[in-house]
Design a protein around this ligand. Sequence first.
Ligand code: NPW
Ligand code: K
Length: 484
Amino acid sequence: MPVSYLTADAVRAEERATGELLTNGTLMRRASHGVAQAVAALLAERTNGVVGRAVGIVVGAGDNGGDALYAGAELARRGAAVSATLLAPDKAHAGGLAALRRARGRVVETLPSSLDVVIDGVVGIGGHGPLRPAAATVFASVDPLTPIVAVDLPSGVDADTGQINQPAVRADVTVTFGVRRHAHLLAAPQCGRVELVDIGLAEDPEGAPLVSTPPTRPRLYALTDTEIADAWPVPGPHDDKYTQGVVGVIAGSHRYPGAGILCTGAAVTATSGMTRYVGSAHAEVVEHFPEVVAVPDFADAGRVQAWIVGPGAGTDDAAVDLLGKILATELPVLVDADGLTVLSQHPELVRGREAPTLLTPHAGEFARLTGEEVGADRLGTVAGLAQRWGVTVLLKGRITLVAEPDGTVFGNDAESSWAATAGAGDVLSGIAGALLAAGLPPIWAGAAAARVHARAAALASGGAPIGASNLLAGLRPALRTLLV
Ligand SMILES: NC(=O)C1=CN([C@@H]2O[C@H](COP(=O)(O)OP(=O)(O)OC[C@H]3O[C@@H](n4cnc5c(N)ncnc54)[C@H](OP(=O)(O)O)[C@@H]3O)[C@@H](O)[C@H]2O)[C@@H](O)CC1
Ligand SMILES: [K+]
């Protein structure tokens, strides 16, 4: 089952569904205990224990501050020196504040300058907009080396869109409750390590939500490695070169062969199926990958189970014609780069296409394609295009989002940004196209390709900058780690 991410409204609905557990404070007790445990673990990791450690708490006006205060009380009982600063003293959670005082935690105007950890209890799912000035001042004075544990969300990060409203908290660890929020994936780098505390919302906190997200927002999921490995085409005893799917690549040119080489190379590496190439870079492609059947003309292409049209494929009349022809077939088609530029002029070629269709823009291509900037709400924007055009759309980025017309979105956090390099998109197209040819639905092909692409980048990099050919070389080692 993919990992599910919920909107703030859906989280609140789940909390309400627990009835008494919400009203009698059980949920908050469990939540704050989870925060205290996470802080204690971090202190143990970094400083050898809780006793005598200096813990600072920044407390806002709502229940998020309540969680932080109760967590502070627990840490104080365990021997930490806890100081809390109240951003709105009149509104601070009364029970939490009393608990902190009982445990001999201190309420202070200004946090001590030397702290072992800071707990961000400013706002959680009730927050909107950036940190207000008082909170911003507190965080600006925290030593940048002091780890920050965010309660539920780093304050300033929008729970539903993941928008980072600066100034915002950047957390080392984020502790959340029951189910992950959209922001935990959409703003993953801002959240640090996300720890999920079971507070009794559902039997399986990773499982299906009890209450479905309102249809006004997309439903966001992340595939697990196991799911991706299970879906990845691996040849069985009765497979041959055709049964794994034949993918046709239209990319690159004699003058600019790179896109063709990278894209076909990725397709060759991703599956054991066969790869065909059509275009003026046919000789260069075969020189790099002799297993590719490459021809200059579409008429001689031969049969395929999916097409990749895009990188370096051109935007002239002939390119428009060819893309139109390919989209008029019943075959799965991935459109990228130049292919997207063609579609920006001729959206009618693809809108409402019924056969599996995957568009793979980066933010710039997305804007060209739709005349609309991606903006802060990447999830809403990409899901909106998928819904309006009736095709699957993959928006590239550190967090890659793949949206279906029905509002289902698979997200993938690349976990590093080493793949932000020229030609990396061509490699992604090659992987995803090969998976389409093998019969994976576009949303799975896109999300699985994004995961393996990100891993290949990380493996190839090892902490140093890479080019796309290094990324391509990292693909097989990345697949090995997944398919073992
Ligand atoms: N329900 C439960 O049992 C459980 C809830 N849980 C916890 O409760 C949290 C939700 O609590 P919540 O609903 O009280 O909202 P919360 O996020 O604390 O913020 C609301 C307050 O902040 C203010 N405010 C808004 N934006 C702001 C900004 N940018 N900067 C500064 N202030 C800002 C806003 O004030 P206003 O805008 O009205 O001035 C309002 O008063 C949830 O994330 C989880 O941690 C867990 O314990 C599990 C059980
Ligand atoms: K917070």
